[in-house]
Ligand binder design. Structure first.
Ligand code: UDP
Length: 254
């Protein structure tokens, strides 16, 4: 049996003569997205999100009693985020032990969500957000933030706004929206951005690679427009869930 390597090869170019990307998208186009809310029975709130081939589940528990107790904050809830990648989610098996990258991303995601949550309403408690990457094809931190804010809303946790996130990248000299794994690997830079769209408040901005001030401006504008499109999809997913719950309650009352 011939063993064929499954590792993605570097393509000759990332943008063709028609201005289309490796997966056929235009430079300002998001990947196809699917969002579902209330997908896990055990959790207080949950969400499932697909962004192209990236797939993520989020479960939220809380506000609940905090263990160990000494971590409790007297004036607000402690928001805890755990970002984990399944061993089978990437091309080269990921070790199940928590990696430095997972620990860092858990913190980055928490910091992107914190400004939206009214933590001061639940002193001494914990709100736990568990993020499981089932399949990774780039942009997992942003997909996690988008899905986590849906799961928090599903758990009924008061928030001033949802948080929507997307990464833009510099690819073959073009600024492109919502980069996938191959664009992330072989492009010249990426910039993940999270936004509270109603308040126009940026809660995450990272930058990798060399960007001129003009490229940065263009990238940020593209990311904000992308977040606004994602925000509209988040609201639709939440509305759909609430209509389902309403139907269930009405049926039970019959
Ligand atoms: N990746 C991988 N193995 C790993 C970590 C990451 O193959 O152990 C891939 C995965 O597709 C991920 C991408 O590299 O989405 C980019 O990872 P990065 O650290 O830039 O974070 P992300 O873009 O997912 O937020």
């Amino acid at each position: 049996m011939k063993i064929v390597p499954r590792i993605k090869q570097q393509p000759e170019r990332l943008i063709d003569e028609n201005g289309l990307r490796v997966d056929g998208r235009r430079v300002d186009e998001l990947r196809k997205m699917k969002m579902e809310v209330g997908v896990l029975k055990q959790a207080d709130g949950s969400a499932y999100l697909e962004q192209g081939k990236t797939k993520v589940f989020v479960a939220v528990y809380g506000p609940r009693e905090l263990h160990p107790r000494h971590l409790a904050l007297p004036d607000r809830a402690l928001l805890r985020c755990t970002y984990r990648m399944a061993s089978f989610s990437v091309e080269e098996r990921k070790s199940p032990a928590p990696s430095r990258r997972e620990i860092e991303l858990s913190k980055v995601i928490r910091q992107a969500l914190e400004p939206a949550v009214f933590l001061e309403r639940f002193p001494k408690t914990a709100i736990d957000v568990f993020i499981e990457i089932i399949q990774a094809d780039g942009g997992t931190r942003c997909a996690s933030i988008t899905a986590a804010s849906l799961a928090l809303a599903d758990a009924g946790i008061p928030m001033s706004d949802l948080v929507a996130a997307v990464a833009v990248g510099k690819v073959d000299g073009h600024i492109v929206l919502d980069i996938n794994d191959i664009e992330d690997k072989y492009g010249q830079g990426d910039m993940p951005v999270a936004l509270m769209p109603r308040k126009k408040q940026i809660t995450l901005l990272q930058l990798d690679g060399k960007w001129t001030p003009e490229e940065f401006r263009q990238g940020l504008e593209l990311a904000i427009r992308g977040c606004e499109q994602i925000y509209a999809m988040q609201k639709t997913a939440l509305r759909k869930r609430y209509l389902e719950v309403r139907e269930e309650v009405l049926r039970e009352g019959e």
